[in-house]
Design a protein around this ligand. Structure first.
Ligand code: HEC
Length: 167
């Protein structure tokens, strides 16, 4: 009788250990997955504010830009230049900010291909919305840039306003 009880309690112990071990495995696995998920979209812009910019920026991009440049940023033939992997985007941060509000025209070379069709500006975009779209553009499609600050975007927009007025 005693040995039976003992065997029973050993069985229970093994059961508890197995359950605890299973739980640990689950917890670790879960943590691993969620870590992976959180840094997949946005790696350089990590603060909460930058993440909000990114999320709004994506929505604004789809609404205002994807008609021409396409949802995945590839552009469309020789009509609309690509934004994904565009050397122009990489090298001309200030012009990219300005052209969202004021548009751009004349010949433009992107990744060695020439484009020449006017892009209309979108004057209704606020400074904040432009900063948000820029955060999206510069943190997706392999472009990488440190966090984009609203005050810097406003300063750039003030300068391009002066440039267009003095023309
Ligand atoms: C009506 C179509 C149209 C819309 C909408 C549009 N673009 Fe463009 N975009 C163009 C064209 C056409 C050019 C090439 C201009 C040229 O040849 O001078 C261009 C050029 C550009 C360039 C520089 C070249 C490159 O590909 O790197 C950027 C950056 C850009 N657009 C970003 C945007 C963003 C951001 C938006 C939304 C806020 C937007 N565009 C909305 C048509 C459009």
């Amino acid at each position: 009788m005693r040995s039976e009880l003992k065997a029973e309690s050993v069985k229970m112990k093994v059961k508890y250990i197995a359950i605890a071990f299973g739980f640990l495995l689950f917890a670790f696995g879960f943590q691993h997955c969620s870590e992976k998920k959180s840094d997949s979209n946005i790696s350089s812009a990590s603060s909460v504010k930058q993440q909000q910019y990114y999320v709004h920026g994506e929505q604004l991009y789809i609404k205002h830009c994807s008609n021409c440049h396409q949802k995945n940023g590839t552009g469309l033939g020789l009509l609309y230049p690509p934004l994904a992997k565009s050397d122009y985007v990489d090298n001309n941060f200030e012009s990219v900010i300005c052209l969202m509000r004021y548009g751009i025209e004349g010949e433009l070379v992107v990744n060695g291909k020439s484009f020449n069709k006017a892009m209309p500006g979108i004057p209704s975009l606020s400074d904040l919305e432009i900063a948000e779209i820029a955060t999206y553009l510069y943190n997706t499609w392999e472009h990488q840039r440190d966090s984009i600050e609203l005050k810097d975007v406003s300063r750039i927009l003030d300068n391009c306003r002066q440039a267009t007025i003095s023309k």
